[in-house]
Design a protein around this ligand. Sequence first.
Ligand code: NAD
Ligand code: ZN
Ligand code: ZN
Length: 396
Amino acid sequence: MRAVTWQGKRKVSVEDVPDPRIELPTDAIVKITSTNICGSDLHLYETLGPFMDAGDVLGHEPMGIVEEVGSQVGDLKVGDRVVMPFQISCGHCWMCDQQLYTQCETTQVRDQGSGAALFGYSKLYGQVPGGQAEYLRVPQAQFTHIKVPEGPADDRFVYLSDVLPTAWQAVAYAAVPAGGSLVVLGLGPIGDMACRIAMHQGVENVIGVDLVPERLERARARGVQVVDLGAHEKDLLEVVQGLTSGRGADSVIDAVGLDAHGSPSAKFVQTVAGLLPDAVAQPVFKTAGVDKLAALYSAIELVRRGGTISLSGVYGGMADPMPMMTLFDKQVQLRMGQANVKRWVPEILPLLTDDDPLGVDSFATHRLPLSEAPAAYKSFQEKADGYVKVQLKPEL
Ligand SMILES: NC(=O)c1ccc[n+]([C@@H]2O[C@H](COP(=O)([O-])OP(=O)(O)OC[C@H]3O[C@@H](n4cnc5c(N)ncnc54)[C@H](O)[C@@H]3O)[C@@H](O)[C@H]2O)c1
Ligand SMILES: [Zn+2]
Ligand SMILES: [Zn+2]
């Protein structure tokens, strides 16, 4: 089959790879109909190379039709239309019982000290072949799937794999008080959707920050107050205070993560790590400060005293200086993590209707054949040509 593979820093290619097979009774094989590129894939493309091997199949936002099942997949059947959560979880361990599916004790990647295995996401998360491919092997398939109805186009449901639950959890963790304010840093797919969800839930004062004109415009068109970081890098705090009774925001969502604009100090470590052999570079990544924390620092600055920061942007590394005094003195609550996808699906599914309150049907900016993945990664990373959300379609 054809699959999108990682080949090196800023290099992906579409290759012929062996078709996946059922390996365990809990596996299923899904024929992929739509599969998105995510901002998280850009971290692999740019920063997390030491955890990748050439040929690794990328992708964690797929949906399709069940082609084949093992003998222990519960009620999953050949022909079912399914979306896969980006994390692989068993549904029956202690963590899954708490709905902490990203911490599944059956699939935790213990040799790396990581949580649940993820599709297409480096050795840190189990090096499981991903879903930017014609077919996907789904481990723990008895639980690792979301059945969706026939009828509407894939656009209606495909974001259940990641964007919708991630943005939903970001808003839930942000815990905006009644009548309160929310700043969303980053208006990529996650931040954009977080704004939509917050407004749908009745948050009136939603302020979105980014520096890409089309992304600012997309959010503005849906009623978000936007602030262009390009014009307000120096006075962002004053601007936000002006919109939040002078105190700062009740809640801040960081939907940027580790490749943030404005953190040049990490460039050096990152570049050096990129030049080292993987065995040497991996510990550098885990212990040195490669995180590029600009967005997180902004969040800490912009949140009001006693407010809440909700991190959905992905961070790594351990030694980055955290302004502990400020966090403590401001009495900030900090909540974070990968989204526990199936925890939120029952709340989201009723919104995926013809009325389309969250605008999922028109959310993708690009729908391309799998063969165009290399160019799509490049344009998405460069935020060129209006790229916000890219769907790859193996059948095109
Ligand atoms: N927690 C989870 O489960 C989960 C799931 C999916 C994605 N993510 C993470 O969420 C983040 C966003 O994902 P995405 O797909 O929207 O990515 P994206 O790269 O398309 O969007 C990030 C946006 O942040 C903007 N930005 C950069 N620096 C900024 C700064 N200093 N202040 C404000 N905005 C800034 C960029 O211009 C861009 O529009 C990524 O880190 C991704 O890895 C987390
Ligand atoms: Zn994703
Ligand atoms: Zn589990």
